[in-house]
Design a protein around this ligand. Structure first.
Ligand code: ZN
Ligand code: ZN
Length: 249
């Protein structure tokens, strides 16, 4: 059954209506209808960004036909340590706005909305998987100190509402250089190699762990995190992000 992500926003609208939101759209600042986190145009943008088919292994945007396969053209030739991928949608429109705002804001309503998106993506893809805990991709302490929080941790904490505990199993040993957009996947893997370490091997051994981050660009960072977790004895490693790159594989 191919994964079609469009349905998540319908479910989201139901949930979003049930909680209190500010009177202005979280994405564009224009007035929003009472009980709505977004204005009509931004809801449309979110729905569009979340309407596609995803590769179940790496989350890339693929055709409906390709989504029936276990992997896509992007992941088939790579050494992937990630066993499955959930994401809300593409890095564009309203979803891109929300992700960019999350990097610099601890706005409670924004956090509530992205947590609902993350929980929907999780339930859409992993409802039948055994997952022991969610682990945020760590920021280097210097960046966390400068920012005050880790947006991956914000998402991971949000999965508590659906019964998945959040545990910080990884630490970031070194600050990696910003990864140029056009850099090859192998160069990106090299750049992040050795950047992460498992805190306590005993805590991850034979566990099924979900990595959480706000965005997936090349996937090299998530793959490196999965590599060190598996080297430490994790049985399965999955990943969840809000976005993946917009282009179809
Ligand atoms: Zn708006
Ligand atoms: Zn793939």
């Amino acid at each position: 059954m191919p994964i079609q992500t469009a349905c998540i926003t319908d479910e989201l609208i139901q949930t979003a209506n049930a909680v209190l939101w500010p009177s202005r759209c979280l994405s564009c600042g224009e007035p929003a209808s009472p009980g709505q986190p977004l204005c009509g145009a931004c809801w449309e943008g979110l729905r569009d960004a979340c309407s596609d088919y995803a590769c179940p292994r790496c989350g890339a945007v693929v055709s409906e036909e390709a989504a029936k396969n276990s992997m896509c053209g992007f992941c088939i030739n790579k050494k992937l340590y990630i066993d499955g991928f959930a994401r809300s949608g593409r890095y564009e429109s309203t979803l891109r706005n929300l992700v960019l705002m999350l990097k610099h804001s601890e706005n409670a309503a924004l956090i509530k909305l992205v947590r609902i998106l993350a929980a929907s993506a999780f339930q859409n893809r992993f409802a039948s998987e055994r997952i022991d805990c969610v682990c945020p991709v760590p920021l280097h302490w210097t960046r966390r100190w400068a920012r005050g929080f880790n947006q991956a941790g914000v998402l991971a904490e949000g999965l508590k509402s659906i019964g998945i505990p959040s545990r910080t199993e990884l630490t970031r040993k070194k600050q990696t250089k910003p990864q140029p957009v056009m850099q090859s996947y192998s160069k990106r893997m090299k750049n992040v190699r050795g950047a992460f370490a498992v805190k306590r091997f005993a805590d991850v051994r034979r566990k099924s762990i979900l990595l959480a981050d706000d965005v997936r660009t090349s996937g090299a960072t998530l793959n490196e995190c999965a590599r060190v977790l598996k080297e430490a004895g994790a049985e399965r490693v999955y990943a969840l992000t809000l976005t993946v790159p917009a282009g179809q594989i």
